[in-house]
Design a protein around this ligand. Sequence first.
Ligand SMILES: [Zn+2]
Ligand SMILES: [Zn+2]
Length: 439
Amino acid sequence: MKKLFCAASAVVLGLVSAPALAAPLDVPAAKAEVAAVLDRDYGQLDALYKDLHAHPELGFQEKRTAAKLAAEMRSLGLEVTEGVGGTGVVAVLKNGAGPSVLVRTELDALPMEEKTGLPYASRAMATWNGKDTFVAHSCGHDVHMAAWIGTARALIASKARWSGTVIFVAQPSEETVNGAKAMLDDGFIKRFGKADYGFALHVGPGLAGQVYYKPGAVSSTSDGLDVVFTGRGGHGSMPASTIDPVMMGSRFVVDVQSVISREKDPAAFGVVTVGSFQAGSAGNIIPDSAHLRGTIRTQDGAVRDKIISGVNRTANAVADMAGAPAPTVTIAPGGKAVINDAELTERTAKVFQAAFGDNAVVQPQAGSASEDYSEFIIAGTPSVYFGIGGFDAKTFADAQKPGAALPVNHSPFFAPVPEPSIRTGVMAMSLAVMNVASK
Ligand SMILES: [Zn+2]
Ligand SMILES: [Zn+2]
């Protein structure tokens, strides 16, 4: 945006509604207060975590989980609304005049079998897309929920230190990247207001006790890709009388990668993956169509446009080469990239550095995964989405050996250590919130 007038005149004109900057946070004192709450309540948070871990639920099925969190927040005295966008929970903590701050957790787990062997491992089952499946918290959303409750406890204990409103949001179905939108479509902003600041965290493949942050993009924009090549079916021994869609699909899978390697700026992030290729029924029949499904991941709008154009051109060129009709190419927009506000990231990083020292780590690059937390901040709410490590030192060291790898999120062996991961989450989130609302 061009600077046409100074910020002060913009405020007078009502064009800028940013809240007044909070007073500097006394980090050592705030840290001591949060630590005292953690010492007092950690046992309860740990028990809550293990209960949620053992009873995971899939997206939009999180009834037990949502009820549990709602009851916890109600017992702490927050105003709780359930059933927002399906199973979403909103718990509002009011503490006088000041900014409103959104703190997001996810409720959902994954349709997969846990193989950690932990005493509190999940054996839960559910139905997903018409099939019975195991369910597991293999993304760590149970760590986030325990930290979410712990943050409410800490902020209540530190009420004298900050002033404002905290909107605690527990969203359904993050893994399908549409639970946040369901809450927004259910009137979230109208009912609970547009937050002045937003925060979310994710446990991941780092050392437990560490906090990771970076300005700018921290996740990718996700677009679904669906391509149908239509050919002419026939006998496998008579290819000349057919138009082979398996050949078209195969060419597409290979050639579309040249969009990534030759058309996209090599320094820019972009991925095209074809994860599903369905065609034919027997080895001696050339089928009449091939159906390919994939995903496109980007962090920048111009790169996204370029890749989508390249995908379309490649699919059409492949069909053209085969003398086939134009293919059907469908791009289904999914979650947008989560962008951390540069100024708020800097302010938050200072607090993390003061509280965690060397355990406050600059994240080198954005993740390629996607996240629909972006929906909550799309209206321009400055926000920071940060990471916390979940691995103990031994697991982390073992994973550095040749041929070994960390059991990262979505692995059946993903097993973040509850302590200190939950403590770190509560400490970082509480300080981040207090920092924008301190008085
Ligand atoms: Zn996940
Ligand atoms: Zn996740």
